[in-house]
Write a protein that binds this ligand. Structure first.
Ligand SMILES: Cc1cc2nc3c(=O)[nH]c(=O)nc-3n(C[C@H](O)[C@H](O)[C@H](O)COP(=O)(O)O)c2cc1C
Length: 162
């Protein structure tokens, strides 16, 4: 029988791989873009998504203040830029510039113009979940720029393109 022991904090990896996206947000003049695996559709009608954001992230502050965020798909060619957004904080740097991402104005928040598609959500609920908060968002706008493959995260620095 195959058995491998994981520590409790690593149990979430049992459901991986998960698609990595970029969450963009802005509050006043403050903006950021972060990488995120923990994103899922929640409702057909009205269309809703949920994203789980760690309470220590700069993005958490921006989404909490502005009650808005965008989910931006990541194509394989954006991998390096996604890693910059997933390892540095927008608290101290301009991540659009640092990662070399194209900044685009959306209807209620900022979008990543390089992404194959961006989905803007208005926050309608927040659910505390330990060290993260699940921001429940209702879709207010979607921009589809092209069809492309995505990046799937297996944990650590292991990714696949599909
Ligand atoms: C592949 C990948 C996936 C990530 N997924 C999440 C996630 O789902 N939720 C989260 O809060 N942080 C996640 N992170 C960490 C944030 O992207 C990272 O802490 C980022 O620097 C936060 O930026 P900010 O401080 O500008 O908001 C992920 C990082 C990587 C590299």
């Amino acid at each position: 029988m195959f058995r491998k022991y994981l520590s409790m904090e690593d149990y979430y990896h049992l459901i991986y791989p998960m698609r990595t996206i970029l969450i963009s947000s802005k509050s006043g003049a403050k903006e950021s873009v972060m990488a995120a695996d923990w994103c899922m559709p929640l409702s057909f009608d009205p269309p809703m998504f949920g994203v789980a954001i760690g309470k220590k992230r700069f993005t958490y502050e921006l989404v909490k203040e502005s009650k808005a965020y965008a989910i931006n798909l990541v194509s394989p060619e954006m991998k390096g830029k996604m890693l910059t957004c997933g390892t540095k904080s927008g608290r101290t740097i301009d991540k659009f510039r640092e990662a070399g991402l194209k900044r685009e104005d959306g209807k209620i928040t900022v979008l990543v113009g390089d992404s194959p598609a961006s989905i803007e959500c208005k926050v309608v609920d927040e659910v505390g979940a330990g060290d993260h908060v699940l921001f429940v968002g209702e879709v207010v706008n979607a921009v589809i720029r092209k069809k492309d493959r995505g990046i799937y995260h297996f944990g650590d620095m292991r990714f696949a393109e599909l």
